[in-house]
Each structure stands twice: as C-alpha cells, then as structure tokens.
Ligand binder design. Structure first.
Ligand code: NAD
Length: 280
C-alpha cells in the first residue's frame, strides 16, 4: 500500500497555523483583507469564490466581494482593479478566472499591483520566481511543494517530471521543483515517448487535464505521484488525471482526488494573503 498524501489534513494544518498568525496580527491592529472579483455567474466559479470567502472567514481575513455582471466592460473591470490597488485596507486582489470572452485576461492580470497579486499570475511575480527573487507563487504548485515537504518527501537531487506546461500549474511547478534542487523535466503534448520520460521520475507531477490518463505503465516502481487533475466521470464522481487504483499498485506515495492537491490551493491563497498583509 502506498503512502496516501492527505491534502485535506495538511491544508487544515496550514489554515490552523494561519488562523493563529492572523489572530496575533490583529492584536497588533493589523487586519488582512482580500478583494475577490467575479465577472458573470459561471456556477463553477461561484463555488470557487464561495470556498475562498469561507476560508477567509475561518482564518479571520476580511473579504470584500465584487460580483459584476457578465456584460461588464474591460475598462470597468480595469478601473475597479486600479481603485483596489489604491485602497490601503485591501491587501490582496483576486480576479476569478476564466473571464468572459470579451475581456483580455492578460491585461487584467497585468493591471493588478504585484504587491497585491495573491494568485501569483502577474508577469512580475512569475519573473521573480524564475530568477529566484521573493514574490507570490501560483497557489496550486506552491501547495504541491507543501504536500511533499510536510509528507517527509525529499525533493533535492530527485528526478522530477512534470507533465503539463500551463502558466498556472506546469511551468511554475517546474520552477519551484528546481528551486528545491530537483532535477526537472517538463513533458507536454508534443513530448515523444512520454512513458519513457515519466518512467525516469522519482517524483511525477501530473497536470495534463485528461481523466485517468496516467496508468502504471507511466510510473516507475516506488515513485511519488501527485495528481493535479480534477474531472467528473460519467457517474458524476470526481477523478484525477491519474488512474488511482492502477498507479497505487506501483508507487510509494500518491495524492487522492478529491482530498489531495485541491484543498491545498485555497490554503496557499490564504498564506499569500497573510504574506501580502505583513509586507504592506
Ligand atoms: P491546461 O489544459 O492548461 O494544460 C494541460 C497541459 O497538459 C498542456 O501544457 C499540454 O501540453 C499537456 N498535455 C495535454 N495532453 C497531453 C498529452 N496527451 N501528453 C502529454 N501532455 C499533454 O491545464 P492546467 O490548467 O495546467 O490544469 C491541468 C489539470 O489540473 C486540469 O485537470 C485542471 O482542472 C486541474 N487543476 C487543478 C487545480 C487544483 O486546485 N487542484 C488547479 C488548477 C488546475
């Protein structure tokens, strides 16, 4: 039986630590506040936004909610972001993605003050990560590093393979593993002989966005497997990019879906909000 990496327990531990820290900051009259912007009412986005606000309330972070109609213009959204950049009491700004098609996401992300970029998507934050400077790190990959560290899994000198090269998961994940002194390979849709590459991995991070694609044929005996994917199968049950039962028979540690990477994303967002509040 592999070690099951319990993202629910680890994220709860992080939230408890943050709750204590936020309580202490309040005693010094430092209040932390996150502004959450949602444009339109995509049901999945509403669930994510609701969960983020709940986590804020639990930890003691104030949240301001901006629910804008679908037909909001780019200029209106940019103006709101500029106003929030100026507001002293707002420490973090989160724009829930995806945005409606008529809005340029990149321009919106660039409008956020990097000091308030708690999602870590601003080019300045990504650049800082790339050259090893302090800055906010994208929450899902940052959460995966915490999962590994808090499960006692050493990264330094390990062969790490990341499948996927998206800006929010794959690329920052590779940079973070490199920062932890892993030997990192990034595989993607144009990689030749994917199995040959993934079988080298001591730590395999899977962010392909394809349900149950990774079976034991892709995994070296004893590897650690982190599954970033989230999908609903034909029975409306959640599953990941990894075929869990199949891969569990060969790996040494694995994250379940749900209860693995998913809960870590919000915990790391809360961590970034606290860091933003302390720095400001
Ligand atoms: P994406 O679609 O932007 O990127 C997928 C990547 O996989 C691409 O870079 C592509 O090159 C690669 N890829 C696609 N097919 C491939 C193949 N056959 N072989 C090799 N590589 C292939 O997805 P994303 O935003 O990085 O998200 C990946 C998954 O993680 C999705 O299932 C998403 O829902 C999930 N996700 C979960 C969380 C979380 O909090 N748990 C956060 C973000 C994303």
């Amino acid at each position: 039986m592999p070690q099951i990496i319990d993202g629910k327990a680890i994220s709860t531990a992080i939230k408890e630590e943050l709750k204590i820290e936020v309580g202490k900051l309040k005693e010094e009259h430092i209040h932390i506040c996150l502004a959450v912007i949602q444009v339109g009412n995509d049901p999945a986005s509403s669930v994510y936004v609701g969960n983020k606000k709940k986590a804020c309330a639990y930890i003691g972070i104030d949240s301001q909610s901006y629910e804008l109609p679908e037909e909001t213009t780019q200029e209106e959204l940019l103006k709101l972001i500029r106003d929030l950049n100026e507001k002293k009491e707002v420490n973090g700004i989160l724009v829930q993605l995806p945005l409606p098609k008529h809005i340029d996401e990149d321009e919106v992300i660039r409008a956020i003050d990097p000091k308030k970029d708690v999602d870590g998507f601003h080019p300045q934050s990504v650049g800082a990560l790339c050259i090893g400077q302090p800055g906010f790190v994208s929450c899902t990959p940052a959460g995966i590093i915490q999962l590994l560290k808090r499960s006692g899994i050493e990264i330094a000198a390990k062969e790490c393979v990341v499948i996927g090269r998206s800006n929010i998961v794959g690329k920052p994940m590779a940079l973070l593993l490199l920062r932890e002194n892993g030997t990192v390979t990034v595989a993607h849709s144009r990689t030749k002989d994917l199995k040959e590459v993934t079988k080298r991995a001591d730590i395999l991070i899977v962010a392909v966005g394809r349900p149950k694609m990774i079976t034991k044929e892709y995994v070296k005996e004893g590897a650690v497997v982190i599954d970033v994917g989230i999908h609903r199968n034909e029975n409306n049950k959640l599953c990941g990019d990894v075929d869990y039962d199949d891969v569990a028979s060969v790996c040494s540690a694995i994250t379940p879906v749900p209860g693995g990477v998913g809960p870590m994303t919000i915990a790391m967002l809360m961590h970034n909000c606290v860091e933003a509040g302390k720095a400001q």
